[in-house]
Design a protein around this ligand. Structure first.
Ligand code: ADP
Ligand code: DP6
Ligand code: CO
Length: 340
């Protein structure tokens, strides 16, 4: 690399959005390479972005990481440093980095901060270390930070392939790609029943589920059927079918966690209250379907035209909960110097 290019590549900023899976990823076949057990399919959101700047610091002796302007510590810092080590190995370089990341998305609340966070870090980090990666390679890279992040490289709907074989073959084949969808104008109404951080990280919870839940294998098998049917429903632009499949897939995933030993339970009384309001909406003829991730917050899939009615119903059910409405969002993007 020329000196000029090196200077240009020495700092980069990227923006990425969280994504919510309609067919969930839960469980890894290889924790080191971050290979999911199952395929997953998601919608990237148009709200709650992460903005991350990676600047190389040839003078620095250690990596410096700040989250929302404060020094990151513990596991948060360690996951970023491990990811930077991977970038350095790929680039054949050894400079330390200064990482400034800002989450609009609540961190660790089951709203996919690890997805927007590692998609933004992958994109900014690759650019800062001078790696020229296409979207597929960026998706594989983001997966190493958090498997759900592989999908946030892309906008709209994306499928993440679980990967075939083991080792390098699995690493190569586990990446996300866009799923073209026409004829759907969806919204996800997000009931923020608790924006605080979860007690057990997704990573630890899925490890325990795979190791101890007697229901895990059957959920993984049924998830294959869900995915095949989901692809058909998306292709037809059939929101009711998309919603039904997403809801059963998510409830099945939570059932596997509840059967883990000890149980992993993310759903709270307020979660169930929102689920009841979704059932009432359906009884009233509104196509509304719920999905939940590793946290108590509920995302309700509906037609965009019904989003206000759905949001009102959720607010009425849990009066002190904030409600956000998202649509399909953009792919992760590198910010140009001028746009910074
Ligand atoms: P979530 O439901 O928010 O995705 P997870 O348990 O999957 O929760 O992941 C939370 C972890 O994701 C954090 O502890 C941190 O390691 C990582 N993370 C979140 N935001 C960022 C970010 N902006 N940059 C780097 N890592 C992040
Ligand atoms: C329930 O991708 O956050 O949101 O790969 O260990 O970082 P790690 O876990 P993560 O798990 C996401 C779990 C989920 C479902 C999904 O997004 O597919
Ligand atoms: Co996550």
């Amino acid at each position: 690399m020329t000196v000029d290019n090196q200077l240009k590549a020495a700092a980069a900023t990227a923006v990425a959005h969280p994504n919510i899976a309609l067919i969930k990823y839960w469980g890894k076949s290889d924790e080191r390479l971050m290979i999911p057990y199952v395929d997953s399919l998601s919608m990237t959101l148009d709200i709650l972005p992460t903005v991350t700047t990676v600047a190389l610091g040839p003078e620095e002796r250690t990596d410096r990481v700040t989250l929302d302007g404060s020094p990151a510590t513990g596991d948060f810092r360690q996951r970023v440093v491990t990811f930077l080590d991977l970038l350095r190995a790929m680039a054949g370089r050894d400079e330390r980095a200064v990482v400034d990341t800002r989450n609009v998305v609540p961190t660790g609340a089951g709203l996919a901060s690890s997805a927007s966070g590692f998609a933004a870090l992958a994109m900014a980090g690759a650019a800062a270390y001078g790696l020229d990666l296409d979207p597929t390679a960026l998706s594989r890279l983001a997966r190493r930070g958090s498997a759900s992040a592989s999908r946030s490289i892309f906008g709209g709907f994306a499928i993440c392939h679980a990967g075939r074989g083991g080792g390098a073959a699995a690493d190569q084949s586990a990446y996300a790609e866009p799923v073209p969808v026409t004829g759907l104008d969806p919204a996800l109404v997000i009931a923020l029943v608790n924006a605080g951080p979860k007690a057990v990280s997704s990573r630890a919870a899925m490890r325990r589920t795979v190791a101890t839940s007697p229901l895990y294998q059957s959920w993984a098998a049924s998830s294959k059927i869900d995915l095949a049917e989901m692809r058909g429903a998306l292709h037809r632009g059939d929101l009711a079918a998309v919603g039904e499949i997403a809801e059963r897939n998510a409830l099945g995933m939570h059932a596997t966690m509840l059967a883990a030993r000890p149980a992993v339970r993310y759903l709270s009384p307020d979660t169930v209250t929102v689920l009841d309001s979704v059932l009432r909406l359906r009884a009233d003829g509104v196509a509304a379907y719920a999905t939940m991730d590793a946290g108590p917050n509920v995302k309700v899939l509906c037609h965009r035209a019904d989003a206000v009615r759905v949001a009102d119903a959720v607010r009425a059910a849990v009066p002190d909960c904030s409600v956000l409405t998202a649509g399909p969002g953009p792919a992760a993007l590198l910010r140009t110097e001028a746009g910074r």
